[in-house]
Every structure is written in structure tokens, then in C-alpha cells.
Design a protein around this ligand. Sequence first.
Ligand code: ADP
Ligand code: ADP
Length: 226
Amino acid sequence: EAQIVLKGVGKTFVRGLQRTTALAGVDIEIARGAFVAVVGPSGCGKSTLLRLVSGLVMPSEGSVRVAGEPVVGPRADTGIVFQKATLVDWRDILGNVLLQLEMRGIDGPEARERARTLLTAVGLGGFENRYPHELSGGMQQRAAIARGLVHQPGMLLMDEPFGALDALTREQMRLDLEALWLRERMTVFFITHSIDEAVLLADRVIVMSQRPGTVDHVFDVDLPRP
Ligand code: ADP
Ligand code: ADP
């Protein structure tokens, strides 16, 4: 069934006399467990779309529903990863991932085990006790993905998760992300400015328009999956 449903969604930012329409008349339906990419030129409204789904921003028009409920704020069943990893520098990598659970009152050996398993899955096995500043940008981003998934969200939202990384690291992270998706089967909704990356990874691609704020095209990619 549908996990994410947007109907007639519009978003206009108003600052003084300046109005910017970031989205207009967007209708999108995304099935549970889908792997969806959003592509489009800078400023076309990709981040706004993701922020609406994440509950960080409210629509000016239309409705945004996740798992059948109207989105009224950040949801517990959602994991978010931004372009730049936002790790706290006073905790090691494991501590950063665990923080996500602690904020939800989850603690104990099982939680630690899941955090370790995810860190290994993103290629950070053995680095659990390093601090963010001791790691490369790519490794920090990997940790952010582990943190985004540790509370077993049904949905993972990512805003240009690989945008700041070099080609080789991107390639490896794509593979890791795909493996994680196959294992966890969460709905993945991610932004990229690379059509290649979208087609490589996603089974559904949403193409936003040159005309700001509108969706041009939604197509399904036929990907052989294990
Ligand atoms: P993209 O992610 O595709 O680059 P955004 O969603 O960030 O696009 O932005 C779409 C449009 O909305 C742009 O014109 C941007 O400047 C504007 N915008 C985004 N966020 C805000 C905001 N908080 N206040 C005002 N304008 C905004
Ligand atoms: P990106 O395109 O990589 O998502 P942006 O520069 O569009 O990055 O947006 C970064 C932040 O600035 C976001 O929080 C967005 O909402 C905000 N923002 C973008 N455009 C504007 C704007 N014109 N006025 C105010 N805030 C903005």
C-alpha cells in the first residue's frame, strides 16, 4: 500500500514582500518499501519536497500523508540524513548512533548490538570508538546513515546524501545503501542532482521541472533485483 501520499501539495515561502513558490500542485504516491529518487535542477524544490514529507515544513496547500496519517511534525518512524553529516563531536561514532535511540528512551544490550551491526553494514566496523573529527567526510556520512536507521524507521529520507563525496566513495556507499535496503526493506526517498545515480539506485524516479515547483515526470526503472 501507499506509504507516502501527496495531494495537490503547494508550498510558498513568504518573507516580507517576497513570495517564493517552492512547490505547486504536486501529486505523488509512493508504495511502502519503494526506493525513490528525486532529481532536478538546483532550486526546483527537491529539499522542500523532502522537508514536507519529513514533517519539518508544513504545506501551504494540499495534504501530505505518511502511513495513512497527515504529517503534522517529525515522525518517530522516519530517519533523516542530510548532505552534510550532523554528528555531535563530543561522542564517538557508536555514541552518536546510540544517541538516536537514547532520545527515544531505548537503551540496553540489544540497542548496542543493533548500532554495531549497522555500523558494520555501512563499512565502519572497527571504527565504533572514533570521534567524528577523526574520520573522513565519507565515513561521517556513513555514520549518519547508520544513525538514521538505528531506530528501525519504516522510511529513510536523504537530501543529497552522497553530494559531498568523491566518485569512489559514492560508488561504495551506493552498494552499501542498496544492501541495507534489501535487508531492512524500509521505504527510501532520496534527493540527488545526478540522474545517473537516480537510475542506478532507485526503482522509481521523480523528475522535477525547470519550471520551479512542479513535477515533470514520474517513471519506474526496471531494475533486476536479487
Ligand atoms: P532544491 O532542493 O531543488 O535546490 P529547494 O527546495 O531548496 O530546492 O528550494 C526551492 C525554492 O524555494 C528556491 O527558490 C529556494 O530559494 C526557496 N526556498 C527554500 N527554502 C526556503 C525558505 N526557508 N525560505 C524562503 N525560500 C525558500
Ligand atoms: P540545497 O539546495 O542544497 O538543499 P539550499 O541552499 O537550497 O540547499 O537550502 C539550504 C537551507 O536554506 C534550507 O534550510 C532552505 O530551506 C533554506 N533556504 C533556501 N533558500 C532560501 C531562501 N531564499 N531564503 C531563506 N532560506 C532559504
